[in-house]
Design a protein around this ligand. Structure first.
Ligand SMILES: NC(=O)C1=CN([C@@H]2O[C@H](COP(=O)(O)OP(=O)(O)OC[C@H]3O[C@@H](n4cnc5c(N)ncnc54)[C@H](OP(=O)(O)O)[C@@H]3O)[C@@H](O)[C@H]2O)C=CC1
Ligand SMILES: O=C(O)C1=N[C@H](C(=O)O)C[C@H](O)C1
Length: 255
């Protein structure tokens, strides 16, 4: 990885800088010795501040409704992006990959979750998936979260579904024939997800596997938004040396 220093810091622009995550990112970047915040942009601010300030990497923690426009802007301006904003599906990811095609030197990291424990728990779930017939996900977040299911839960579901397909597991057995209120949850790639929103929570997830006479629960808790910062800083450093679209912090870690 390219090493940068206090004398030659990575120039970082933060989008969503006054939000819960953006403010934490500004503090973490300023506290790191090898990078500095050169632009802080929130809703209503002038986006071109990012480019005018010479940002090399933009960190985006904004809103699912605006993140695609932000990415388009950064790619057009030849600025690398580290994106934590949720709400990506396969179609949006394909669009970003397409935007990057004419700019092969640019890197974009989109990470559903930057907390190391969350990344590990997703990997553990991926490993366990082929051994259990039944699986469901419960994600629990603060009640100011805009989207459901969480990006982490959707990503986890896709990883589990892929592992099940590779292991030739069929449909998840389920006798439910009546669910008028949607009590059995939503589905991503046929994996059921239950979303809880409660004041006092930060970000939590349980993946529940059920087999013959046993269950396995893989749980992760982010108790403070500081839990995401080592992953964000790692992403900023790593994306300088990566080209194209990287989905998931696990792809930039030696797991
Ligand atoms: N990948 C990860 O590890 C994590 C991802 N997230 C995700 O990050 C996103 C942000 O979460 P959080 O910080 O809690 O949300 P907040 O609502 O606290 O912060 C978002 C900020 O972005 C601002 N904003 C909205 N539109 C724009 C825009 N076009 N340009 C610049 N700024 C804009 C908002 O302003 P205003 O309020 O005025 O609209 C707000 O200040 C969510 O999608 C969340 O799911 C959160 C935690 C970890
Ligand atoms: O909104 C949040 O807070 C979080 N959003 C991300 C998600 O949707 O998965 C990551 C983390 O769960 C916190």
């Amino acid at each position: 990885m390219t090493t940068r220093s206090e004398q030659n810091p990575i120039r970082v622009g933060v989008l969503g800088a006054r939000g819960r995550m953006g403010a934490e990112v500004c503090r973490a970047v300023e506290a790191a010795g090898d990078m500095e915040v050169v632009a802080m942009v929130d809703s209503g601010d002038w986006m071109f501040d990012i480019a005018d300030a010479g940002a090399e990497v933009v960190v985006d923690f904004t809103h699912p409704d605006v993140v695609m426009d932000n990415l388009r802007f950064c790619i057009d301006q030849d600025i690398r992006s580290v994106v934590g904003t949720s709400g990506f599906d396969e179609a949006k990811l394909a669009t970003v990959a397409q935007w990057l095609e004419p700019k092969p030197e640019l890197g974009v990291l989109i990470a559903p979750n930057f907390a190391l424990g969350a990344v590990l728990s997703m990997r553990f779930a991926q490993l366990a998936a082929k051994y259990y017939d039944t699986v469901e996900i419960i994600e629990l977040h603060h009640n100011r979260k805009a989207d459901a299911p969480s990006g982490t839960a959707a990503h986890t579901a896709r990883l589990i579904a892929k592992a099940r397909t590779e292991a030739n597991l069929g449909e998840i057995p389920d006798a439910t024939t009546s669910d008028p209120t949607g009590a059995r949850g939503g589905q991503v790639d046929d994996i059921r997800i239950h979303s809880v929103r409660l004041g006092g929570l930060v970000a939590h997830q349980e993946v529940l596997f059920g087999g013959e006479g046993e269950t396995l629960t893989i749980r992760h808790d982010s108790l403070d938004r500081k839990s995401f910062m080592p992953g964000v800083l790692h992403g900023v450093r790593a994306i300088l040396d990566h080209q194209g679209l990287v989905v998931g912090l696990e792809n930039l870690l030696d797991l």
